[in-house]
Design a protein around this ligand. Sequence first.
Ligand code: NAP
Length: 320
Amino acid sequence: MSDARAVKVLIIGSGPAGYTAAIYAARAALDPVLIEGLQPGGQLTITTEVENWPGDVSVQGPDLMVRMAEQARHVGAELVSDMVTSVDLSKRPFAVACDSGARFLAETLIICTGASARWLGLASETRLRGYGVSACATCDGFFFRGKTVAVVGGGNTAVEEAMFLTNFAQKVHLVHRRGELRADKTNQARLMANPKIELHWHAEVEDVLGESGVEGVRLRDTRDGTLSELKVDGLFVAIGHVPATELFAGQLAMDDEGYIVKAPDSTTTSVKGVFAAGDVTDKQYRQAVTAAGMGCMAALEAERFIAHGVGAHVDVSAAA
Ligand code: NAP
């Protein structure tokens, strides 16, 4: 890799975690380079109003991400519009190759590749995303005050989102494809005790109805194929998330769902000099503000690692 460019800090991913890491690393005079990936700005670019980002009463997700990018550039980070195609974590500096042919040798790597919501895969769902179809009740629940919504899924996320939505909606339908929930018993008991929630067992969403906004969903009974319709103003899809970790498969410790394992109270991973921040390592909180917090931690830890070497790397086995 003779033509590879040597950098102290290479950040992969451009959500709140990546941009925050870039801001902190740039202000620490580490001249970070951030590779933006296919969707600069990440998941927030597919949301509309964000009302839980501290300091903004209301901000459009895409605008917030543009501002983060501008701030990162302003303090001296280099943002590169490219896709990382391969990473070699077997030795330091880490070799990183991009789609454009650009190559880097990075002393430290901060992985902020995020996760994406798993969707049902319906054309109507894609068309109405941001117009009543959402994968984040925390982000969008507020817009359904006094309305009727449906949540799809049977895991802890779906159950918690359904309960959270009862703070706003007058009625919440929980649609699950089997006759038994995957969510833990405590969550199930709370769900059953909530009078605003109606459960629809053995049901799959076959179509989302409405032209410019959600007006209902068509359900299919998974046992006999019977079709029915539910009139709802919003649909929350909560069937899991998929972390973007394929690039690192076999090179970093991951849990059984593919999330990068990091040490407690740290962003250090199983490879010294490699840090992970944001949704790629977090299935619990998944918020812009928590991702940004982790991005800050990762930059501070990278700075310490560069200054003090491998001894500064917290042992990830403590997380096991
Ligand atoms: P999950 O546990 O994988 O549950 C996904 C749910 O979506 C399952 O009920 C699944 O149905 C359903 N599903 C998947 N694909 C579907 C499809 N194409 N159509 C319809 N339904 C579909 O995901 P999660 O709820 O996001 O949770 C992820 C992890 O985070 C879990 O380990 C969870 O326990 C954890 N978590 C914990 C908490 C907490 O402890 N408070 C909160 C949230 C999440 P089946 O059941 O039929 O497979």
